[in-house]
Design a protein around this ligand. Structure first.
Ligand code: ARG
Length: 444
């Protein structure tokens, strides 16, 4: 029983939140006259002393005391005597743990947001450098149309922006105080739940005591935002892994985020990116773990809910590492723009530009233009040349409406420059987006 029951090995991570919530609670008990002002001060000072001990020596791990709440109260009693017993008036460990954990998750949200902001700054900085750098854009991982590297990086800026807004949403929703819900039914003591809510930075108290001690939506909201964010980080990591492979050779990853091989001397492996990709699987696992813990629980508190913490702690650690790794990768990777541009010239990436030109200049319906372009691509493929290297006479033989002006449209530069629609890949559009992003990030 000792072993299965003890949560102190992991919930000691909540000690700062536990002390803060207890101090808010006892100050309120004093203000409301539930305990004397003198006792409230003794307890507060005792809690400060416990915190100072934890700070220096860590939280002692005694399984007989089960959890951080009993551990702190036990040490408080050793320090200040029986008056410590008044702290737990008008509360239960059920509202206590719900409060502590909300505070912890709220901090985790703030940390994620700060990390993601730094990642966005790195993305925007590199995108600004590479608004004109041309690379192949892919669909199905097959060369599709030329894009700019800046445009590609700014796609991740958008994704991370949505992640930040999901975390912000979650934060807003979770920021209510369950403290004072007591075990499940509320309390008969004349407490002031608004006062404790304010002291702990909550927007107000929760409105149903049963829900207050049964609810772990805040942890699930966090994990859902974390999981979705980790998918984005994983996709970015995957791109760096592909780009770093020798046949691509689009990037030289920073040495600081790579490793060598113990047998192959030439190797530089993208381990950090691979671990980010791997961690996303574990973070999704943390989310499903807690969802399944919660799915069959009747109101109100059940001990299953003690299992809420390990997946959240694990996910938060993995996410923080993943964000830091990808921020370093984006900031320090050397983009081999010559290789990227060379690759953009292969694979007939400007075929759509030929079709568009026929529509524009020849007033040919797009489907027909698509067909004509197909013939041109086939010919270029047979000759082993790029589209813009086909002699004009050969193009004219395919369709007489083609003239020499077409060559202007077939360069990769012309191709990206032409895509100036809102949100398109044209360098001028990318620069606009980068400028807006810099403003939004407070960099201007
Ligand atoms: N260690 C428990 C947890 O983490 C604290 C709440 C215990 N409440 C109870 N009634 N046993 O969930």
């Amino acid at each position: 029983m000792r072993e299965i029951n003890a949560s102190i090995p992991f919930d000691k991570a909540l000690w700062r939140q536990d002390i803060a919530a207890s101090k808010a609670h006892v100050a309120m008990l004093g203000a409301c006259g539930v305990v004397s002002g003198e006792d409230a001060i003794t307890i507060r000072d005792g809690l400060d002393q416990v915190a100072a001990e934890y700070e220096v020596s860590g939280v002692p791990e005694n399984w007989d005391l089960e959890d951080i709440h009993m551990t702190t109260e036990g040490r408080l009693a050793e320090l200040i005597g029986p008056v410590a017993g008044r702290l737990h008036t008008a509360r239960s460990r059920n509202d206590q743990v719900a409060t502590d954990f909300r505070l912890w998750v709220r901090d985790a949200v703030d940390q994620a947001d700060a990390g993601l902001e730094a990642l966005q700054q790195a993305l925007v900085a590199r995108a600004g450098e590479h608004a004109d750098s041309i690379m192949p854009g892919f669909t199905h991982l097959q060369t599709a149309q030329p894009v700019t590297l800046g445009h590609h990086l700014m796609a991740y800026y958008e994704m991370i922006g949505r992640d930040r807004s999901r975390f912000a949403d979650a934060r807003k929703r979770m920021n209510r105080s369950p403290l004072g819900a007591a075990a499940l039914a509320g309390t008969g003591f004349p407490i002031d739940r608004v006062m404790t809510a304010q002291a702990l930075g909550f927007d107000g108290p929760t409105d149903n005591s049963l829900d207050s001690v049964s609810d772990r939506d805040f942890a699930l909201d966090y994990l859902m935002a974390a999981a979705q964010c980790s998918l984005h980080l994983s996709r970015l990591a995957e791109e760096f892994i592909i780009w770093a492979s020798q046949p691509f050779g689009f990037v030289a990853l920073p040495d600081s985020l790579s490793t060598g091989s113990s047998i192959m001397p030439q190797k530089k492996n993208p381990d950090a990116a691979e671990l980010v990709r791997g961690h996303s699987g574990r973070i999704v696992g943390c989310l499903t773990s807690l969802m399944i813990t919660m799915k069959g629980l009747p109101l109100a508190y059940s001990k299953d809910m003690q299992d809420d913490k390990p997946p959240v702690f694990e996910a938060a650690g993995l996410l923080a590492l993943s964000i830091a790794a990808m921020t370093g990768m984006v900031a320090e990777t050397r983009f081999r723009t010559d290789r990227m541009r060379g690759a953009a010239e292969l694979g007939f990436a400007t075929a759509t530009d030929l079709a568009d030109w026929l529509v524009r200049e020849g007033n040919i319906p797009f489907r027909e233009a698509h067909h004509i372009t197909g013939s041109a691509v086939k010919l270029a493929e047979q000759r082993g040349v790029a589209l813009d290297q086909l002699p004009l006479d050969d193009l004219k033989a395919i369709d007489s409406r083609i003239d020499e002006r077409v060559f202007k449209a077939l360069s990769v530069e012309a191709s990206v420059a032409a895509r100036g629609s809102h949100g398109g890949t044209a360098p001028e559009q990318v620069r606009l987006r980068v400028a807006e992003a810099r403003l939004a990030l407070g960099l201007e």
